[in-house]
Design a protein around this ligand. Structure first.
Ligand SMILES: Cc1ncc(COP(=O)(O)O)c(C=O)c1O
Length: 347
């Protein structure tokens, strides 16, 4: 795969990677003749049927153009007009979507500081104190991210506890699954296992080898019946839907989605193992999926960034995020480790 855009492999994000060749091939194969628009085509029929089965949903599956759109659509589906969303402070919907849920849905995000990016029933319970007070936004939805923005995963037990708490507390559960594949690869659990705890879940393709395709999986039929209208209102109804569906067909063929995610995770694990040998670099979150968060001195960060692309996650604490992708090679990781070792050797 060409690396023309950056001289070296980027560790900036899993969506710095290009498109998996099988996905490109599937798009090209779908580019034969005409097909009815807006999802009434055989590719969409096949991909949604396969995803319905994989997620074990009685509801339905809806393709959308991007992860933020999936989140706004999913949250908008589950929320009533006076309701708020409880989420982790680090949640993408809170930090990185330009306030779109608040702007577009008119909701309020009730963000909770969450070490390792994970909510617990106790943290959720702490946000319910204003219930019944008509001066306060009423929590209606809990939004969690799997895997989290900090690269960690909820275990099946943790998901079950949150789900039970939500059911008992009249809260609906939404999962931002932009990296659900990486979580499945780490936990060894099925997509249906994880989705079964939620009311709606997004399933990311873009960070896992697609060119740009995400799915919203809605678990109940009565919810699913409203999605087509909301998807159109949120401008997430693609007219040439077959090309979104074709990307998922490629990802689902021979479990490419799982192979890609497992590979990305393995590359992050390789990076973390190499870092363990290096004094001067502290890994600050458990490395469970495709992200490594590390603390090193600001001078070392500057020196490394002259050669490598990655993001400083938190300047105040000198923490960086290094991400791998489906196409990261062991040699990319080793070369990066060599550079890290070279700059941190001299303090
Ligand atoms: C956890 C999470 N959710 C949602 C998104 C949104 O995806 P998009 O950039 O396609 O809108 C991202 C993208 O970085 C993400 O990391």
């Amino acid at each position: 795969m060409s690396r023309a855009a950056t001289p070296r492999k980027s560790f900036g994000s899993d969506n710095h990677a290009g498109v998996h060749p099988e996905v490109l091939r599937a798009i090209a194969e779908a580019n034969t003749g005409d097909a009815v628009a807006y999802g009434a085509d055989p590719w969409t029929e096949r991909a949604t049927a396969e995803l319905r089965r994989l997620f074990g949903t009685e509801g339905d599956v809806f393709f959308v153009l991007n992860g933020s759109g999936a989140n706004v659509l999913g949250l908008g589906l589950l929320l009533r007009r006076h309701e708020a969303v409880i989420c982790a402070e680090s949640a993408h919907i809170n930090m990185n979507e330009c306030g779109s849920s608040e702007r577009i849905l008119g909701t309020k995000l009730l963000a909770v500081p969450a070490p390792d990016g994970k909510l617990t029933p106790d943290m959720i319970a702490g946000m319910l104190t204003g219930r019944g007070d008509d001066h306060r936004a009423q929590p209606g939805v809990v939004a969690i991210t799997q895997s989290t923005e900090l690269g960690t995963c909820y275990t099946a037990g943790e998901l079950r506890k949150i789900s039970e708490f939500c059911s008992a507390s009249d809260l609906r559960l939404y999962i931002d699954g932009a990296r659900l594949a990486n979580a499945a690869a780490y936990c060894g659990c099925s997509l249906a296992d994880m989705a079964g705890y939620a009311d709606a879940v997004s399933f990311g393709g873009t960070k896992n080898g697609a060119m740009g395709a995400e799915a919203l999986v809605v678990m109940r039929q009565d919810d699913a019946a409203r999605v087509p209208y909301l998807r159109k209102q949120h401008m997430q109804l693609a007219s040439k839907m077959r090309f979104l569906a074709a990307q998922f067909i490629a990802l689902l063929t021979d479990d490419l989605w799982l192979r890609n995610a497992s590979h990305a995770n393995a590359m992050a694990a390789r990076l973390a193992a190499g870092l363990a040998e290096l004094p001067g670099v502290e890994v600050v979150h458990p490395v469970e999926t495709d992200a490594v968060f590390a603390r090193l001195s600001p001078q070392h960060i500057d020196a490394l960034r002259r050669e490598w692309m990655f993001h400083v996650w938190d300047e105040a604490t000198s923490v960086v995020r290094w991400m791998t992708a489906f196409d990261t090679q062991p040699s990319d990781v080793d070369a990066f480790l060599e550079s890290i070792s070279a700059v941190t050797r001299f303090t």
